[in-house]
Design a protein around this ligand. Structure first.
Ligand code: IPD
Ligand code: CA
Length: 271
């Protein structure tokens, strides 16, 4: 028996709200960036800022005002990863370490998932002034303009973005993967904002992205944006809690990049 989809709201309304939330939260971080050294918690490879929490509150306020009945899973507010019903998934500042140091590559990501599938999402990078959006059934856009993934078909011409898990667990598997990959492709990049990396695949500036131990809120919006731009996204492995191994490509390179992932870098065990 097929299950009835939970999506009752108009996808265009959902997308408008996601874009407003991402833009407002991102603008808050940008305008308050002189306060970027207000640290809540500093760990060996990560930092939690007062502005992470404030931006989460800004995004949630906008969503709750429009859709008070919907549930929210946020990097800063927590919540269960639910694969039923409607859930908004928010990463208020993706690339917090970049933001903290004054680097420009960070963004706010807001996605709406219905029964575990993203149906609309927005990623806003304030310093770059790039707002990536998509909803099911419509082409992905950047600042309102249609965009498409790259046409790169040869792995040796590919630029691939990746990331290192922030828990600082043994990264020798990831390093082995980096070595393997970097001999086959044109260039490997670690830029520090997963959601933005995926959008750069969507607009053709990168050809692929892979990370092991990434969180749902890092990839929820980007996965749909890359697909609606003609690419492919895939969860390769699920760890504990919200952690996953995830890959997004221009589609042409998907299988060959995946082959290079064998063995898949170790999935960190903690949530
Ligand atoms: C991190 C960034 C980084 C990725 C980490 C993420 P955060 O998100 O996306 O690029 O390598 O795995 O956790 O902590 O800045 O929101
Ligand atoms: Ca993040």
């Amino acid at each position: 028996m097929s299950r009835k989809p939970a999506l009752l709201s108009d996808p265009d309304d959902l997308l408008t709200c996601a874009e407003t939330a991402a833009r407002k939260a991102g603008a808050h971080a940008l305008h308050q960036s002189r306060r970027r050294n207000e640290v809540i918690q500093l760990s060996a490879h990560d930092v939690k800022l007062k502005l992470d929490q404030e931006c989460q509150a800004v995004a949630e306020h906008i969503i709750r005002a429009r859709f008070p009945q919907h549930r929210i899973l946020g990097e800063e507010s927590g919540g269960k990863q639910l694969d039923t019903g409607i859930v908004w998934v928010i990463d208020p500042i993706d690339g917090t370490v970049n933001y903290f140091h004054g680097l420009p590559l960070w963004c706010c990501s807001v996605a709406i998932r219905s029964d575990g599938k993203t149906v609309a999402g927005a990623v806003y990078a304030p310093v770059l002034d790039e707002c990536y959006t998509a909803r099911i059934g419509k082409p992905a856009r950047c600042n309102g303009k249609r965009m498409a993934v790259s046409a790169t078909r040869r792995i040796e011409q590919a630029i691939v973005a990746t990331g290192l898990n922030k828990q600082g667990q043994d990264s020798s598997d990831s390093m082995a993967f980096f070595r393997r990959l970097s001999t086959k492709i044109q260039r490997l990049r670690i830029m520090g904002s997963a959601a933005l990396d995926i959008c750069h695949v969507a607009c053709g500036k990168a050809d692929g992205y892979f990370e092991s131990g990434i969180y749902l809120w890092d990839i929820a919006a980007g996965s749909l944006i890359v697909e609606q731009a003609g690419g492919r996204s895939e969860i390769l492995d699920r760890g504990n809690g919200h952690r996953i191994s995830f890959m997004a490509t221009n589609g042409h390179l998907h299988d060959s990049l995946k082959e290079l992932l064998v063995p898949v870098p170790h999935m960190p065990a903690t949530s």
